[in-house]
Design a protein around this ligand. Structure first.
Ligand code: SF4
Length: 352
């Protein structure tokens, strides 16, 4: 039994009749302690009886662990890409983002970008993970342990998480939400729910489910074009869940949370940053409270190029009538292939 696979309440239910509920909470805290070994120190869990200890041993109770096989640190901005090997030999990646970022800055905290699947079925045209195809979902503990492995190596805290690594989080909904609950639990990783962002390419039924369940985590939706035909080309998920339905679900989420909906826009030179693109955004987002994040495309194949400064400035000017916050989001770690859209489970020469 893997003790880091369940949030505290579900762990208590799973151990009903084995460990009293109040002791389960202490066991949960011990499992997620900084530096905790996979063989949990049951003797250190206050109130755990000998009978319960023996029962847990019989269940094979331990924490699942990932193997860190490489770390690549960017000399430009200090981003660190981690590669993990899973027990079936597959590889996933996560990226540690220092804040503040920079070649010589001393980070005060980190945000981690983590993966939810091995590969991805959604095949966004600009994304290296999408070119891999889909292999499998990650288990909850495989998501949780990406954060634990990195946290244990850092000397400043992890204060934020983004589910923007490999995979579409809403196609692995239950495992992702379980992991998010472990992350925000004060006895788990104590990361504020508002500092955890789940990003979807637009799985409309899951967005609606997420809204109806009333989670406190932040939701981001990858839009990338407000022109259907163009979005279909860049993000094939548009064929299954068209823009109208997606924006309806986004609007409903914004109304339910009384908050702006975060829309990600992968900006591509000569592709989606022109006058027609801005006009479509203004028309389709009318009346919605949004925050539009512009992210330069990162395409190692060279098929798509990021917009020039002049192109992007012009696009932002064209979007002024939208009257909503527009933020250019820095996507670092490019030269270690750790930037948005570049995670492909590949290794570079290892930098310790
Ligand atoms: S951008 Fe996200 S949803 Fe699209 S292919 Fe890449 S990992 Fe999948």
């Amino acid at each position: 039994m893997l003790l880091n696979d369940l949030p505290a309440r579900e762990l208590a239910v799973a151990l009903t009749g084995v460990v009293p509920e109040e002791v389960t909470r202490r066991l949960f805290a011990r499992v997620h302690d900084r530096g905790a070994p996979p063989e949990v120190d049951l003797a250190a869990v206050r109130g755990l009886s000998k009978v319960a200890t023996a029962a847990l041993r019989k269940l094979g109770a331990r924490a699942g662990r990932l193997e860190v096989i490489a770390r690549h640190r960017s000399k430009v901005d200090g981003f660190v890409k981690y590669l993990f090997r899973l027990s079936d030999g597959q590889v996933v990646e996560a990226v540690a983002i220092p804040l503040p970022a920079g070649p010589d800055s001393v980070p005060e905290k980190y945000t981690l970008c983590i993966s939810s699947q091995v590969g991805c079925a959604l095949a966004c045209a600009f994304c290296a993970t999408g070119r891999l195809g889909f292999s499998r979902h990650l288990e909850t503990w495989e998501i949780v342990d990406q954060v634990a492995r990195i946290r244990d190596e850092l000397d400043v805290p992890v204060r934020g998480l983004v589910f923007m690594g490999m995979g579409e989080p809403f196609l692995n909904y239950d495992a992702v939400l379980r992991a998010a609950r472990i992350f925000c639990d004060p006895a788990g990783f104590a990361i504020g729910a508002k500092a955890i962002t789940i990003s979807t390419a637009g799985i409309v039924p899951a967005i609606r489910r997420y809204t109806s369940e009333g989670h406190k985590f932040r939701l981001a939706i990858s839009l990338t074009s407000a022109i259907e035909e163009k979005r279909r080309r860049l993000m094939p998920i548009e064929r299954k869940y068209p823009l109208d339905e997606l924006l309806d679900a986004a609007r409903a989420h914004s109304l339910a949370t009384r908050d702006r909906i975060m829309l990600e826009y992968v900006a591509i030179s000569g592709e989606n940053v022109g006058a027609k693109d801005a006009a479509a955004l203004i028309e389709r987002l009318a009346g919605m409270r949004v925050r539009l994040n512009l992210i330069d495309v990162n395409d190692a194949t060279g098929r798509f190029a990021p917009p020039t400064e002049a192109e992007l400035a012009h696009f932002r000017d064209l979007l002024a009538p939208l009257g909503q916050p527009i933020v250019r989001r820095y996507s670092g770690g490019r030269e270690v292939h750790g930037a948005c859209g570049m995670l492909a489970g590949t290794s570079l020469p290892i930098v310790a």
